[in-house]
Ligand binder design. Structure first.
Ligand code: MIC
Ligand code: SF4
Length: 645
């Protein structure tokens, strides 16, 4: 039987297990990336593992999330990451060099390679034919040390693209259509592969917009073939030698096929507060817009920003609109500066922010109260913008720029002839903001500099025989990691300070949660479907661990968060009968007898709701490795025990 692209890459990297859907497999990882908001923790964990030098082909640390430096905390963390990476063999992309996924695509991504990154949008690399996964910091630390990365063998989905995008319709509209069809949980346990004649019409940055937002589908990852377009992009980046061809076999089998006619697509928007709440711009109508933000790892390439500049050229943005532009990388930024197009954006009234995540993660540019913000980003979860009642719509750069001019949500097709931007034959390559690590001879003399913001991270105890605990919180479906552990300008600087962060845990759902959880000593959280969707931040597991959460019982989990819970030593349990969700209330006392013995061998356990006098069966959907990890009290304890043997 023929193979899909993903199956070929998996096969070439398979260290453990068999490629049977639903079974755990172990992969060799060629490259890793971290960003600063998850990186401090990942490097502390790497240090705790005691491995002197990374064993990957390429590991890169990016500084792109926390760049406001409102106090000493960010700068200290940057200095820590710069020195710890120098010592241990990791490349360091300095603040100002750009957003990790954009820079990695430009400078390091290679078709056919595996990449994991401590950021959920790492699958952006699928745009250049990599098999790239978002992961928790601890998983990245293990991979940097040469360890295996584990996933559940996913199902394969083929998205067949036919036709060609019409004028004013772009890659963002393609992925919004996939989200409309599949929903934010439709990709869980699946790899999305793009195929068909339409693929050839999409450049690498456009493909990367699409694979980037595969994260919002909950997919394990997304991947495009590596073809002439890929070769052209690599050549233009001075890296033609990194090209290999990659395509699926003609008789490859897919578990699901979705057909999209590119020529039939229209400009679309994801409405508040979910990336799958998609309608066409026409259907939504001309709502009044307060703010427009262009950038993020989804839409900040040279092509994207050139289109924006051409639309804005010689015009002025509407009176009531504030427009921010964050270029994706120094390369994009300097090209726009050199060709003069940056001036067109500035003259139209655009406020240029640095090459970083910026407003996407609530680092400034929060909208006014109840304000409507159009963003070319990938997430519009409630509160993520920093304004609790902000109304965020996700749109293409074309729709964003057109709306900035009119002050209303505007279908760019009303602007007349479409702007056309050609991919450059060569990009200006200047890697002067990427610092190489110390050589093997020099590494021992590098001093790692730590600031006072770095506090010890919590490590779980070994699993007890039984758990008796109250329910400290009950939440709904689709709870995101932005609910569990919010980000934003006020909290993000404390990513290496778990005790401080814990005050904000679940603040979006219930401000009393941290106090209550602490008072209860140990507790259990109950949730609905797709619990933990969104970011890869392991803080969404480490902070609840710090607050005494022993288990999370839900209808279903998002992939990365579930892995982070196991790594942290928190039991992930799923209701056998989803309706049993209604048989537990916040404040109930629960008992899970003999849990240790059951985690060792069984597929099910019984949760006794002592307050209601009912028994609730739950599933222990765990691989042997995950069982051993939970019994040991998380991945760090488990690794230590293995090393002692
Ligand atoms: C995000 O987009 O939510 C982030 C911020 O990039 C996160 C990582 C983090 O929380 O640091 C992600 O996507 O994994
Ligand atoms: Fe940064 Fe936003 Fe991309 Fe996350 S989604 S990496 S915050 S730009």
């Amino acid at each position: 039987m023929g193979k899909t692209i993903a199956q070929k890459i998996i096969e070439a990297h398979l260290l453990e297990g068999e490629m049977n859907v639903g079974q755990e497999i172990g992969l060799r990882i060629d490259q890793t990336l971290t960003q600063d908001a998850t990186g401090t923790m990942a490097y502390l964990e790497f240090e705790a593992m005691g491995i002197p030098r990374v064993k990957t082909e390429r590991s890169v640390a990016y500084i792109d999330h926390n760049t406001l430096q409102a106090g000493f905390e960010n700068a200290d963390d940057h200095r820590f990451i710069q020195t710890v990476t120098k010592k241990h063999g990791i490349y360091f992309s300095r603040p100002g060099n750009g957003i990790c996924h954009q820079v990695h695509l430009e400078r390091f991504g290679k078709p056919g390679k595996t990449l994991i990154g401590s950021d959920s949008h790492t699958p952006t690399g699928g745009g250049i034919g990599m098999l790239a996964f978002g992961a928790g910091g601890l998983d990245v630390a293990v991979a940097m040390g040469g360890g295996t990365y584990y996933i559940t063998m996913p199902k394969m989905v083929r998205v067949n693209l036919t036709g060609k995008l019409s004028a004013w319709v772009s890659a963002k509209d393609v992925i919004l259509e996939v989200l409309r069809i599949m929903s934010v949980k439709g990709g869980v346990g699946k790899i999305i592969e793009y195929a068909g004649e339409g693929v050839k019409t999409l450049t690498v940055p456009e493909r990367a917009t699409i694979t980037n937002m595969g994260a919002e589908l909950g997919a394990t990852t997304s991947v495009f073939p590596s073809d002439e377009m890929t070769r052209d992009f690599l050549k233009a980046q001075g890296r033609e030698g990194d090209y290999i061809e990659l395509k699926s076999d003609d008789d490859a089998e897919y578990d699901e096929v979705i057909n999209i006619d590119l020529s039939a697509l229209k400009p679309a928007a994801a409405m508040p507060h979910s990336p799958d709440n998609v309608k066409t711009v026409e259907e939504i109508g001309p709502i009044k817009v307060d703010q427009v933000c262009i950038g993020s790892c989804t839409n900040s390439s040279y092509l994207d920003l050139m289109k924006v500049a051409k639309i804005l050229k010689g015009k002025t943005i509407a009176d009531g609109v504030s427009l921010s532009i964050s270029p994706g990388s120094k390369q994009v930024y300097s090209m726009m500066a050199s060709n003069g197009m940056l001036a067109d954006i500035i003259n139209a009234g655009g406020r240029i922010l640095e090459c970083a995540c910026g407003p996407c993660i609530g680092m400034g540019f929060s909208p006014n109260s109840g304000g409507v913000s159009l963003r070319t980003f990938n997430r519009n979860f409630e509160g993520r913008s920093g304004t609790a009642d902000g109304q965020v719509y996700l749109v293409s750069p074309e729709t964003a720029a057109a709306s900035a001019l009119t002050g209303y949500l505007t279908d760019p097709r009303t602007l007349g002839d479409a702007v056309k931007i050609e991919m450059p034959n060569s990009f200006p390559v200047n890697d002067n903001m990427i610092i190489a690590p110390a050589s093997v001879d020099e590494m021992d003399s590098v001093e790692v500099l730590r600031g006072p913001n770095i506090k010890p991270f919590p490590v779980a105890d070994a699993l007890p025989e039984s758990i008796e605990a109250g329910v400290s919180l009950k939440v709904e479906d689709n709870i995101t990691t932005d609910h569990i552990m919010p980000a934003g300008a006020k909290i993000l600087p404390y990513r290496s300070n778990i005790p401080y962060m814990s005050q904000f845990c679940f603040a979006v759902c219930d401000k009393q949660f941290p106090e209550r959880a602490k008072e209860m000593g140990q507790s259990i959280v109950v949730g609905g479907n797709n619990y933990g969707q969104g970011s890869s931040r392991e803080h969404a597991a480490l902070v609840p661990l710090y607050l005494g959460v022993k288990a999370v019982i839900v209808k279903s989990f998002a992939r990365i968060h579930r892995a982070n819970l196991v790594n942290a030593g928190i039991l992930p349990l799923t209701f056998k009968n989803p309706d049993d969700y209604d048989r537990i209330e916040q404040g109930d006392k629960l008992s899970i007898p003999d849990i240790k013995k059951l985690v060792e061998t069984a597929d099910q356990a019984v949760v006794i709701n002592v307050s209601k006098g009912v028994e609730i069966p739950v599933l222990l959907e765990l691989s042997q490795r995950q069982r051993d990890m939970l019994i040991a009290g998380g991945l760090l304890n488990y690794t230590r025990q293995l090393n002692e043997k």
